[in-house]
Design a protein around this ligand. Structure first.
Ligand code: PEP
Length: 257
């Protein structure tokens, strides 16, 4: 059975004090690891250490939003995998659509990052998803296929235990528009079938596929009840404990096969 996973992507939000307050508030309401749900928060780089200290010993893990694939050295402005591990990160988000669209990240670059993280033992949340134009042109599955194949190039089946996929339709991110439960389930099932054909049935059955895109307290339960939705990657609603906690609770009670 796949354990549910709810991760908060704080994006470029919070300041030092508000980051620690948010993290401490979450640690208070999730004081110990939950039986049915893994929980993580991914703050901006400058606050990783302080947020890590605030959630230490609680049921909330620390993650980062990006990383560079080279070993520490002359890469001005970048952050190395070793640095994330050193401050206690257990996850890193890679391939987020904002990085693809705004920062120009390609599948080839994302694959270098994925492979480097897996080689160094840092688990990855790999984001994929289509734009509205691509969906309207019936290109959703083709886009997902391309992103999965490109971003996971060189990743062996044995390493997939350390990869979580996040299906994030770009048109649903930060827009308040959520995919319908049917749209989400259909994309997730497609991704699972892709994993089966690229890897094997065991990898397909074991890999967690999160949904991301305007998840909030009101829609979390119905999305998380879908058989191939194994959790949520949450942006806006992860910035307040009162908004994030109901999503965690919904994941706790969602039925899983
Ligand atoms: C995200 O940034 O990954 C995301 C899903 O954002 P939001 O929940 O705000 O749509």
């Amino acid at each position: 059975m796949r354990k549910m996973f709810v991760a908060g992507n704080w994006k470029m939000n919070t300041l030092a004090q508000s980051a620690v307050e948010l993290a401490s508030g979450l640690a208070q309401v999730v004081p110990a690891r939950l039986a049915n749900v893994d929980v993580a928060v991914c703050p901006p780089f400058p606050f990783l250490s302080a947020v890590g200290a605030a959630v230490a010993g609680s049921g909330v893990d620390l993650g980062a939003q990006n990383v560079w694939f080279e070993k520490p050295g002359a890469y001005t402005g970048e952050v190395a995998i070793e640095m994330l591990a050193d401050v206690g990160c257990r996850w890193v988000i890679l391939g987020h659509s904002e990085r693809r669209a705004i920062l120009g990240e390609t599948d080839a670059l994302i694959s270098k990052k994925v492979n480097a993280c897996l080689a160094k033992g840092l688990p990855v949340i790999l984001c994929v998803g289509e734009t509205l134009a691509e969906r309207q042109a019936n290109q959703t599955e083709a886009v997902l296929n391309t992103q999965m194949a490109g971003s996971l190039a060189g990743v062996e089946a044995s390493a997939m235990a350390h990869v979580v996929i996040a299906y994030e339709p770009v048109w649903a991110i930060g827009t308040g528009v959520t995919a319908t439960t049917e749209q989400a389930q259909s994309a997730h099932l497609h991704l699972r079938k892709w994993l089966e054909s690229r890897y094997n049935p065991a990898v397909a059955a074991a890999t967690r596929i999160l949904y991301g895109g305007s998840v909030k307290a009101q829609n979390a339960a119905s999305l998380l009840e879908q058989p191939d939705v194994d959790g949520a990657l949450v942006g806006g609603a992860s910035l307040k404990v009162d908004d994030f906690l109901p999503i965690i609770r919904a994941a706790e009670t969602a039925r899983k096969s």
